[in-house]
Design a protein around this ligand. Structure first.
Ligand code: S3P
Length: 450
């Protein structure tokens, strides 16, 4: 029976939590550890379905990976140590796995095939096939309409050569696929980004001692010699923290502290947007570990009191577009929930990439929040939300998209009556333990049930 969540309104959220590791960094940690020589320990590794899919792909190519609690132990075999997989590599629902891994597979001396679930088989792959082909890779996939190519992909052995490539979409996945292929290319590989996207690959290259040069938006790499294994500390996932931050801003009587959350500036667009909307959020205990910044995040009335601020005026709607978009894209569904409670319009533009995520997130965010009474309109490259509106409980579809399931679950915390979210198993792709952690913060305990 497919899982569902039932949510009733709550009176407050209180307490201190730590969240599972960052998804993007956990994927990259498994990849780089597998390509390193020798033992690696990854602390606070995100054991979600997506990251386990990455680990299983490397196991299939002969890498020993063991989990113990939230630690992953990976014995890397060096850049040329992967062995030919005996079957098709399976990435489940994970776009990051298929795109980044294709970059690595393009550099191997064996043929490989890679696919995923029904959602993955609808995700566009031309964006990686084009640059990897220019590097000499031979990749075929399933042809679709509009000159697009979809998984399963067949990747054949080739000698890669470096290239200089201007990214056509602002995508960290595409940038990373090219840089990872660059580990195997003859000559220099240069990627030029139209706008800054998340830079976890670049930081992790640096952490493993792989030489990467940056010049403005231009990143260059030459195939390195083998590099040694490392001990990596993954910060908590800011994209998971986003649900709790917004929850604490919209549920009355809330005070929460979230420890050890990644605060890489290429990921904190949500925090910037919330500040512009008038939210009181405080960062403490800031430090950099394993090349990635992290901090404790405090949200709620405590900050207003501690800083002698006037009791918070309501949040105000803002315009969000342009360069911030890649740094807030995954958080737009939950930001839309917050915008239903802000004064005035929130206008989101330049976010057409949302249409090719795990679901068409413009369509699914708009349709599901509308069912809850939100005043929200779909636009080709974004949406407009007019607030504030009183939300009401409704029967919600997740469309198998974890971010839609979790965003609407948070909306349910302030909706009148009961909210039922169908098909919530997808939450496991990025955030096992989501329900339990919300439950832990709720002051009236009976509001959140699966
Ligand atoms: C990711 C990059 C983003 C993001 C995805 C994870 C990554 O995708 O939406 O959840 O780990 O590189 P794009 O770079 O394709 O926009």
């Amino acid at each position: 029976m497919p899982k569902q969540l039932k949510i009733s309104p709550v009176q407050g959220l209180q307490g201190e939590i730590s969240l599972p590791g960052d998804k993007s960094i956990s994927h990259r940690a498994i990849m780089l550890s597998s390509l390193a020589k020798g033992e690696n320990i990854i602390h606070n590794f995100l054991q979600s379905e997506d990251c386990i899919a990455t680990a299983n792909c490397f196991r299939e190519m002969g890498i020993q990976i063991k989990f113990d609690g939230d630690k992953a132990f990976v014995v890397g075999k060096g850049l040329r140590g992967l062995s030919r997989p005996s079957k098709m590599l399976e990435v489940g629902n994970s776009g990051t796995t298929i795109r980044l891994l294709s970059g690595i597979l393009a550099g191997q001396k064996f043929e490989s095939q890679i696919t995923g679930d029904s959602s993955i088989q609808k995700r566009p792959m031309k964006r990686i096939i084009e640059p990897l082909t220019l590097m000499g890779a031979k990749i075929t996939g399933k042809k679709g309409t509009k000159d697009e190519t979809f998984p399963p992909l067949i990747i054949n052995t080739a000698n890669l050569k470096g290239l200089e490539y201007n990214l056509k979409v602002a995508s960290a996945q595409v940038k990373s696929a090219i840089l990872l292929a660059g580990l195997y290319a003859n000559g220099q590989t240069t990627v030029i980004e139209p706008v800054q996207t998340r830079d976890h690959t670049e930081r992790m290259f640096g952490f493993f001692g792989i030489n990467l040069t940056r010049f403005n938006r231009e990143l260059s790499i030459e195939a390195p010699n083998d590099f040694a294994g490392r001990e990596i500390f993954v910060p908590g996932d800011i994209s998971s923290a986003a649900y709790f931050i917004v929850a604490a801003l919209i549920v009355q009587n809330s005070n929460i502290t979230i420890k050890n959350i990644g605060t890489n500036p290429t990921r904190t667009g949500l925090l910037q947007a919330l500040k512009k909307m008038g939210a009181q959020i405080e960062l403490a205990d800031e430090e950099v570990l394993s090349g990635e910044p992290r901090a404790t995040i405090k949200v709620g009335k405590q900050i207003v009191a501690a800083q002698n601020l006037a009791p918070s005026a309501s949040l105000i709607g803002i315009d969000i577009s342009g360069e911030i978009i890649p740094n807030i894209l995954d958080e737009i569904p939950i930001l839309a929930v917050l915008a239903t409670q802000a004064e005035g319009p929130t206008v989101i533009k330049d976010a057409g990439e949302l249409r090719v995520k795990e679901s068409d997130r413009i369509k699914t965010t708009v349709s599901e929040l509308k069912k809850m009474g939100a005043d929200i309109e779909e636009r080709e490259d974004g949406m407009v939300i007019h607030g504030p509106t009183k939300l009401k409980g409704a029967k919600i579809q997740s469309y198998g998209d974890h971010r839609i399931a979790m965003s609407t679950a948070i909306a349910g915390l302030i909706a009148e009556g009961e909210t039922i979210i169908e098909d919530t198993a997808c939450i496991e792709t990025s955030f096992p333990g989501f329900e339990a952690q919300i439950q832990q913060l709720i002051t009236n305990k009976t509001s959140f049930n699966s």
